[in-house]
Design a protein around this ligand. Structure first.
Ligand SMILES: [Zn+2]
Ligand SMILES: [Zn+2]
Length: 427
């Protein structure tokens, strides 16, 4: 049997990998500019963390987790998202007793056992930020501004920012009751999952994936109409801050997050034209999460975006900034006996950060020149009998085809100077 990558996973090969490096570079740079530092958490955690930090009633936990027992029969799970892991790290290392807020970002693979489809994989990648320790609405705004800045820097102009407030536990208790009253008469039309959960958690019905559930509860009362005065003014301040930063948004009553630890601001970014599921990222406040994970009562806010979905959106992205993978210089040997000299020169060039390459397939001198062309080398250094006997190297410009003889001792500096000139000339 021919071995293949497991269903829902894939290889990122060059030159595709340069696109990833390019996007990841922009994500990191933007996050760092906003004062977020990188956190790297384990790929697997105790299953209990996600049960508490993602929620036992979510599809992620009930259907989509890669859970396994290790050799000591501990239940472990490949991380389906990273917010719970960040909360766990915050608690474990008592970060909250230091300088607040703690502002982190991450980039890495996540795992969900989902039906693979375009832009959706079982091992997929997310970029996200988390800020713990402050309940300021301006921090909510900062996180959203960061998300928009990322899109701008990636050259994405067509996006829609949806925002809503899901309130606090207080205003939600009132709302929950209203919602149960609205749902009860039509409960028979709900999907089996919602029928069992609507009494305990009616908000989960609002973000159910089944169409029939949405049709059944049409014209439901919105949470927005039931915000307490604190939550209403928090939301107003976020909107005011977005306006002050010239960020367009659309208030979206339907944007709800069904879990108890989500509070106040919720947001999503939609990019039209990348298929049915146009959301590339979203997030919000989760003031109850740290406590649910066993830590102190500490507010938090963050977002996550799918890098695969982002790639679909930026696929037309200008090649600008992408690593071409081209060589600067190629060393051609006219005889096997000069291989060692070639390798030694290669090392000296590379130590100066010059992308240098040689042949390893026993090609003829002519075939080596062709190969150099394929690698996109700007220059070729030729090592032959004359060169070795007289102590120089022949340097060939692959564009002008001009050849010059350069003293052995000056070759590295000479290549460096010429490259600097080429680069300067190309702007
Ligand atoms: Zn409230
Ligand atoms: Zn449902």
């Amino acid at each position: 049997m021919q071995l293949k990558a497991p269903r829902g996973t894939y290889d990122i090969l060059p030159p595709e990998s340069s696109k990833w490096q390019y996007i990841e570079g922009i994500l990191k740079e933007t996050a760092e500019t906003f004062g977020y530092r990188e956190i790297r958490t384990p790929i697997f955690e105790h299953t209990e963390l996600f049960e508490r930090g993602v929620g036992t009633s979510t599809d992620i936990v009930t259907k989509e987790m890669y859970t396994f027992k290790d050799k000591s029969l501990r239940s472990l799970t490949l991380r389906p998202e990273n917010t719970a892991s960040c909360a766990r790290a915050l608690i474990e290392h008592s970060i909250y007793s230091g300088i607040m807020p703690a502002k982190w970002y991450y980039i890495g693979p996540m795992f969900r056992y989902d039906r693979p489809q375009t832009g959706r994989y079982r091992q997929f990648h997310q970029f996200g930020v988390e800020a713990f320790g402050s309940n300021s609405p301006y921090l909510d705004a900062e996180v959203i501004i960061l998300l928009i800045e990322v899109l701008k820097r990636l050259g994405l102009k067509e996006y829609e920012l949806h925002i809503n407030s899901v309130g606090c536990t207080q205003c939600r208790d009132v709302y929950r009751q209203k919602l149960i009253e609205h749902i009860t008469p039509v409960k028979d039309r709900l999907c089996p999952d919602c029928q069992t959960r609507y009494q305990q958690n009616p908000l989960r019905v609002l973000d159910c994936k089944e169409k029939s559930c949405h049709q059944a509860i049409v014209n439901y009362p919105t949470l927005f109409q039931h915000l307490c005065s604190d939550c209403a003014s928090h939301y107003d301040m976020v909107k005011e801050a977005l306006k002050a930063n010239s960020i367009d948004y659309r208030h979206d009553d339907n944007l709800v997050r069904g879990l108890d630890y989500y509070t106040n601001t919720a947001f999503e970014i939609h990019i039209p034209g990348i298929g049915a599921q146009s959301a590339v990222g979203g997030g919000g406040r989760y003031n109850g999460l740290v406590e649910d994970c066993g830590g102190p009562d500490l507010p938090g806010i963050g977002f996550a975006m799918g890098i695969e979905r982002l790639l679909l959106a930026v696929n037309t992205l200008a090649a600008k900034g992408l690593d071409s993978g081209k060589s600067d210089v190629f060393i051609t040997t006219m005889s096997d006996q000069y291989e060692l000299q070639a390798l030694e020169l290669l090392t000296r060039l590379r130590q100066k950060n010059i992308r240098a390459e040689k042949d390893y397939m026993g090609r003829s001198g002519r075939a080596q020149m062709k190969y150099a062309d394929k690698l996109g080398a700007r220059m070729v250094i030729i090592i032959g009998d004359d060169e070795i006997q007289q102590g120089y190297f022949t340097l060939r410009d692959m564009q002008s085809k001009e050849q010059v003889q350069i003293d052995k001792k000056e070759i590295v500096e000479s290549v460096k100077d010429r490259l600097a000139k080429f680069r300067g000339g190309n702007g």
